[in-house]
Design a protein around this ligand. Structure first.
Ligand SMILES: [Zn+2]
Length: 326
């Protein structure tokens, strides 16, 4: 059958547009938009970094109605999370080991990270135990264990076993103190196998996967989350507003106005397992823009019950966050 010429043209234009747009769900206003614009957020990937003051961080959180923030640590040495805790109180939930691991990797690379005989490692275990006892931390991370594809800086790259004894010491400690572990890892099949073995070995520990495995497709995340009830994803750094590099576009989950439909389907299918974060570690990135895009590009694309969970309800449950007044 021959279609009328005008219909043919329309069909061609529509098909071209569909191919060009890939699987981006478009920016149609949804019923969720007003709630997405105002709901309190828990930022589960909120670092401390050079030049950031406690007052600035609190102002940024207040401006954006980010009620809680943390889940990771300072990006390197030279910061005292307690300065931030004093100002933010129970709104701040920092994790341990990140700054120390930065120093260990700088000085001795992957070997130092995994060396359970290293004086630095032994000191870190003692530090963590003290921090858990004093309730200065409620978890461990961001443990950067495999970023050989997702790091631009060669000196920061490493790939170590997720189930190495040194890291199992951390997971065991999280288990003991009912804490969480947040891990940054690329989705290599060997790393995933190692992750699955520790998820099984420590079933009471919530493992939060930073950036949802950095570049993993939704189907990889789905398979893992289906197999292990103690695995969670947070979506930081997978927003074009946080990370505009053209080469990384295929790995993005959302921009400021739309989201990938495969991810929206996955989040709706497993609404208890996703959280959001900012992952800012330099002063040249706008917290307002990054949180704004989470609201308009991601949360507004979700159903209301799901967006409530992703915005903060999951984080309150997984990170055991206290109720705080707005
Ligand atoms: Zn990070």
């Amino acid at each position: 059958m021959r279609l009328p010429r005008s219909l043919n043209t329309l069909l061609a234009v529509t098909l071209t547009a569909a191919v060009h747009l890939g699987a981006w769900a478009q920016a149609a206003p949804t019923d969720s938009a007003p709630l997405a614009a105002t709901i309190p957020i828990a930022d589960v990937h909120m670092h401390l970094y050079r030049g950031l003051t406690p007052e600035e961080l609190r102002a940024a959180m207040d401006r954006n109605n980010v009620r809680w923030g943390g889940g990771v640590g300072p990006v390197g040495p030279g910061y005292d999370p307690q300065d931030f805790a004093r100002l933010l109180g129970p709104r701040y939930f920092p994790a341990g080991a990140q700054a120390e691991q930065y120093v260990m990797h700088e000085s001795g690379g992957s070997n130092e990270l995994q060396n359970t005989e290293s004086p630095r490692f032994k000191a870190l275990l003692e530090t963590l135990a003290g921090q858990f006892e004093r309730r200065e931390i409620t978890g461990i991370g961001e443990l950067v264990l495999n970023n050989h594809r997702s790091s631009y800086a060669p000196s920061f790259r490493r790939k170590v076993r997720i189930d190495a004894d040194a890291f199992q010491a951390f997971y065991g400690m999280a288990d003991k103190y009912q804490g969480f572990v947040q891990i940054h890892m690329d989705d290599d099949s060997d790393s995933i196998r190692e992750l699955e073995s520790v998820a099984q070995r420590y079933p009471k520990v919530p493992f939060i996967l930073s950036h949802c495995l950095t570049r993993a497709p939704a189907r990889t995340a789905r398979a893992l989350l289906e197999r292990h009830p103690n695995l969670y994803c947070e979506t930081s750094y997978r927003s074009t507003v946080r990370n505009g590099a053209p080469a990384l576009q295929p790995y993005m989950i959302h921009d400021a106005s739309s989201a990938q439909s495969a991810w929206i389907e996955l989040i709706e299918a497993m609404p208890e397992r996703f959280m959001v974060g900012s992952d800012i570690y330099t002063k040249d990135v706008s917290y307002d823009a990054v949180i704004g895009a989470i609201r308009t590009g991601l949360l507004a694309k979700l159903s209301e019950p799901t967006l409530r969970k992703v915005a903060h309800e999951n984080a309150v449950r997984v990170f055991r966050l206290p109720a705080v007044s707005p």
